[in-house]
Ligand binder design. Structure first.
Ligand SMILES: Cc1cc2nc3c(=O)[nH]c(=O)nc-3n(C[C@H](O)[C@H](O)[C@H](O)COP(=O)(O)OP(=O)(O)OC[C@H]3O[C@@H](n4cnc5c(N)ncnc54)[C@H](O)[C@@H]3O)c2cc1C
Length: 577
């Protein structure tokens, strides 16, 4: 029998948390292997917007501080449980960023308001993005193996867009036509790449982040082992984790880890059983906007089977989504995020009683939390309805339904009507079609029209803070988030409580060590990213609030393993002496 392979560190999952853990561990002189279940590497992280929320990042010199970050988080995060983990985040995230940029990864500070802009300590400069990266720097064989970006982040599902281009096209802002033309021209005049692949060499957003990190990993000789899934954790009788058992095309084998196993296998959003177990309103796996072949909670299950505890598993990183069919596509391409659409003027969201339940322009996670609360209260939410008029329809997307200037009603396939998209000439007739009480919907719409006229939403304060207005329509006044819903025809699309992943997982401490039921670390076992409970509890503090912690606790885990490995080496030497 051949001896099992052995590495200093074995990392499960190739997303942001796993890639960072591997990179840092390698730079600490440890041998590393990443195993990845999917056929492509990069995880949800590569499909994402790639935004990182890093408080006190010091890229500019305008005075964020540890104290201000903790003031903001302290005012919000009342259910964190482990305050030292929250503090570790505030302390280690800037350290992680310094390390990351020192390796050559480029980042840019964005002016994105924190999601609770009225809370003390809030700022509008903690979110970071990455400049576009040339994917071919990864090598011709490798670059098409990075997971493709989320469909809506590519024009026509094919041409890469950076965040500015995405928002320009989404909102049909000034210059959107020339932006679209530039994107197409750039792709089709890249003759050299067109000869070898359909894949755009422009890696933007999450692909830019992960592309840059993988360039560093490849440069250090670390290649993710694809098609290789964690099956179980190997332990000694004293509970110390010694490695993992994996499967690869049906073949099962063991890989041993001298100093640590880092579980970075994402959340459990694609595991209906775990949703049913943990969530008050479970929702459906297929409403998630993450890749369907990825995160199914296997690492959480493996951890629990050796005595690990879990935390913050009651919620996803919520985002409103809607379905539109895409012939021949997987779920990933049928699900469309509607995060910013639900707060645009000339629209309103109602539950199935025809009643509003939220400031629709709030952050997407808060929107989802409001859906859950309303469902628990009324039983008439999840899904709710986005109702809008012809003015909205001409200007804005509604999930996957592009503005009428791009996709006029006559181009909508007949089977979509009254199934994915509902349309009627009056609010009464629309209410009848979507089975919402007519009087209630009419009353809601007429109140919204009055709020639009005066510019104030006395019920939920829509458009009342800088975050709301950030995604409003500057051409609409007095409130860029409120426009009358008055121009027929009227439309409605069902909105699901979708997600970007799950908020909770294995309980890990401030050093990313997985804890057992007595809150004792399980020797040699670490968790980071959505595989672990997030440091903020139920709160999504700002854009990048999931990737920031994923990178940070991947970094923290590697540092802790390296420190212990050093200690162990030191001890061995002393013993040897
Ligand atoms: C469209 C979209 C946009 C988003 N934009 C942002 C954003 O801009 N900023 C932000 O902070 N968050 C964003 N998110 C959320 C964010 O992408 C995730 O929360 C984050 O990437 C999770 O990182 P991770 O490393 O924990 O997991 P992932 O990146 O999902 O990586 C986990 C990896 O583990 C692998 N895996 C799973 N099970 C196993 C197994 N048994 N064995 C081996 N491997 C396994 C998976 O295949 C996957 O590759 C977005 C999400 C989506 C869908």
């Amino acid at each position: 029998m051949t001896e099992p392979e052995i590495f200093d560190v074995v990392v499960v999952g190739s997303g942001a948390a796993g890639a960072m853990a591997a990179l840092r561990a390698s730079d600490q002189g440890l041998s590393v292997l990443i195993v990845e279940k999917a056929q492509k590497f990069g995880g949800t992280s590569a499909t994402s917007g790639g935004v990182m929320w890093i408080p006190n990042h010091n890229l500019n010199h305008e005075g964020d501080s540890r104290a201000q970050a903790l003031e903001y988080l302290g005012s919000l995060c009342t259910d964190v449980g482990q305050h030292d983990r929250l503090e570790a985040y505030v302390d280690q995230a800037p350290e992680m960023l310094r390390y990351l940029t020192a390796t050559g990864v480029k980042v840019i500070a964005a002016n994105w308001p924190d999601y609770f802009p009225d809370k003390p300590g809030a700022r509008a400069d903690r979110s970071l993005i990455c400049p576009t990266f040339d994917g071919r720097e990864l090598g011709e064989q490798r670059y098409p193996l990075m997971r493709e970006q989320y469909n809506r982040f590519k024009l026509f599902g094919r041409y890469a867009m950076d965040l500015t281009e995405t928002f320009t096209l989404m909102a049909r802002a000034k210059g959107w036509r020339s932006t679209a033309a530039r994107i197409l021209r750039r792709y089709w005049t890249d003759y050299d790449t067109r000869r070898i692949s359909r894949r755009d060499r422009r890696f933007t957003q999450g692909a830019a982040l992960m592309g840059q990190i993988y360039k560093q990993l490849f440069g250090r000789g670390i290649e993710p082992r694809l098609d290789t899934s964690l099956e179980s954790l190997l332990t000694e009788t004293n509970g110390r984790v010694t490695g993992i058992a994996v499967s690869n095309f049906g073949r099962t084998y063991e890989i041993h880890a001298r100093h640590g196993v880092v579980l970075a296998a994402g959340g459990f959003e694609w595991n209906q059983e775990l949703r049913d177990r943990f969530y008050k309103v479970p929702g459906l796996t297929r409403h998630s906007s993450t890749p369907e072949d990825g995160n199914r909670g296997e690492a959480l299950i493996a951890g629990e089977s050796i005595g690990a505890s879990v935390e913050h598993t009651g919620q996803g990183w919520w985002i409103p989504t809607m379905n539109l069919p895409a012939p021949g596509a997987s779920n990933f391409h049928e699900i469309h995020q509607a995060a910013f659409d639900v707060g645009r003027p000339h629209s309103v969201c109602v539950n199935r009683n025809g009643v509003r339940f939220v400031d629709e322009a709030t952050g997407y996670d808060s929107f989802g939390q409001a859906m859950v609360e309303d469902q628990l209260k009324t039983g008439a939410n999840t899904p709710c309805w986005l109702v809008f008029d012809a003015t909205f329809r001409s200007k804005f997307s509604a999930g996957g339904l592009m503005p009428s200037i791009v996709t006029p009603d006559r181009k909508i396939p007949s089977d979509w009507w009254d199934h994915y998209v509902f349309r009627a000439d009056t609010i009464d007739a629309l209410a009848e079609k979507i089975k919402v009480p007519q009087d209630a919907l009419k009353d809601t719409v007429s109140k919204m029209n009055e709020y639009a006229r005066v510019g104030i939403d006395p019920e939920f304060g829509r458009g009342g803070n800088i975050y709301d207005r950030f995604f409003g329509d500057a051409t609409v006044s007095p409130n860029p988030c409120l426009g009358p819903i008055e121009k027929p025809p009227f439309y409605a699309v069902p909105i699901n409580n979708g997600d970007l992943g799950t908020k909770g997982g294995l309980r890990a401490d401030a050093r990313a060590r997985v804890l057992d039921k007595d809150c004792e670390p399980i020797p040699n076992l670490y968790a980071a990213g959505n595989c672990s409970g997030n440091p903020f509890g139920s709160i999504y503090p700002g854009a990048g609030g999931t990737i920031g912690p994923a990178l940070t606790f991947g970094y923290v885990a590697a540092n802790d393993i390296a420190a212990r490995a050093g200690n162990q080496r030191g001890t061995a030497t002393q013993q040897g002496n």
